[in-house]
Design a protein around this ligand. Structure first.
Ligand SMILES: [Zn+2]
Length: 414
């Protein structure tokens, strides 16, 4: 059986024929030449209708699903059409590709399916491709899905930013986090007001107005768009983001103090203390717990910052928004007197977002604490799982298992 026969079985398009398959010059790729069927007309990529030919462009390579360890490429010379309807010379549309993307639709679908089971990074590694290509695939499939399916009611969304390309670029991801459906709804480049607004443009005002619950971090452009588009929804700040920020501040204090102690030639008591301080105490092994106790006896900035961070955890135990608010105010006041600059930054930011933080407790009154916690966990698990980035794990918290989340009942509509 020949490769062409197999391709004709699984990936056949009227108007095009597979000519022949051969090994590429590097002997690691299979290249399959594709050409238009004789007499077939090219389709204009603007109006999606047949149009008379104009000329040809250079050959393009479309990556197909890899086979037996070989990368597979379809080689095709794109035609241009002189479309009278559109009044321009436009490049043709090919049924296996999507605009300028270099992956075939089939390969993008393949990667996107795996990317739901593995993290994006793991998917890239497993199929020897790049994170960018997996991202491209997910973006294509999600966008296609959003354009071609009727979205039902969306009760809850979570929005998150992720950093990629060595920290220079951001994406905005929007997840549906209803208790019975968790799915990636939308992917946008950048983390600007415009990019997040793009999501609401796609779903339309009617659906947006019915969203009852939004979970986000403290990124100002997101907060602004949420105020603008989901003013009726209960907006809570993802508590894991808050904890992560605090851990980052604590780590900064520790690193700074540790360096200072080294230059002053003092006993390096902070050496290898990073995880002791970032992990929750209940997650430490017995021996680590002893070391932590020992460390806490020192009068260090790091220790004071650690105690402040630990004290803050108590916030989440409150049921009443009023008492939670009082606790938050007291905590911030204490921190502002601490002379620990990174922690003071956190306190300032918490003060600034006080009302949103207290929404967490207001939501618990409306929904029940299990539900709110469930949505919060769901946002975290769905989001963190996608990236395969280590940054989030280093923030010192771990995802809850599916079983733990499964105990939560469906929220009532508010
Ligand atoms: Zn056209």
């Amino acid at each position: 059986m020949e490769l062409i026969t197999i391709l004709n079985r699984c990936h056949r398009f009227p108007g095009f024929v597979y000519q022949h398959a051969h090994l590429g010059a590097d002997k690691k790729t299979i290249e399959v030449a594709v050409r238009p069927r004789k007499g077939s007309t090219a389709v204009c990529s603007r109006c999606h209708l047949p149009a008379p030919g104009y000329d040809q462009l250079a050959e393009r390579r479309f990556e197909f699903i890899p086979l037996w360890g070989f990368l597979v490429f379809l080689l095709y010379t794109m035609r241009r059409v002189d479309c009278r309807r559109c009044g321009v010379v436009a490049v043709e549309e090919v049924p296996w590709g999507d605009g300028k993307r270099t992956l075939t639709k089939a390969y993008m679908l393949f990667l996107a399916r795996w990317a739901r089971r593995l993290s994006w990074k793991e998917t890239a590694e497993a199929f020897r491709t790049s994170w960018d290509k997996v991202f491209d695939a997910v973006e294509h499939v999600v966008t296609f899905g959003l354009e071609h399916r009727v979205l039902g009611q969306i009760d809850a969304i979570g929005v998150d930013e992720i950093q990629y390309a060595k920290g220079h670029k951001y994406l905005t991801l929007v997840y549906q986090i209803d208790l019975d459906v968790t799915r990636l709804l939308w992917v946008g480049r950048e983390r600007t007001i415009e990019s997040f607004r793009g999501f609401f443009t796609v779903i339309g005002d009617e659906l947006a107005s019915k969203i009852v619950f939004v979970c986000s971090d403290m990124w100002e452009p997101y907060l602004k768009v949420i105020r603008e588009k989901c003013s009726e929804a209960l907006h809570i700040l993802d508590r894991f983001h808050i904890v992560a920020k605090m851990n980052k501040a604590l780590d900064e204090v520790r690193a700074g103090e540790s360096r200072r102690m080294a230059t002053e030639g003092r006993v390096p008591v902070l050496r290898k203390s990073r995880w002791l301080l970032l992990k929750r105490e209940e997650n430490l092994k017995t021996e680590q717990r002893f070391r932590l106790r020992d460390l806490l006896r020192y009068n260090l900035k790091t220790v004071r910052a650690y105690l402040l961070k630990e004290a803050f955890q108590q916030l989440w135990d409150y049921n009443s928004p009023a008492w939670a608010g009082k606790f938050l105010d007291d905590w911030c006041r204490q921190v502002m007197r601490s002379r620990i600059e990174p922690m003071k930054m956190i306190a300032r930011s918490l003060r600034q977002h006080r009302e949103l933080i207290l929404n967490y407790f207001r939501a618990q009154k409306l929904l029940s604490s299990g539900v709110v916690e469930g949505l919060n966990n769901k946002a975290k698990v769905a989001m963190r799982k996608s990236y395969g980035f280590r940054t989030f794990r280093s923030a010192g918290h771990r995802c809850k298992t599916g079983a733990e989340q499964g105990m939560i009942a469906k929220p009532p509509r508010v």
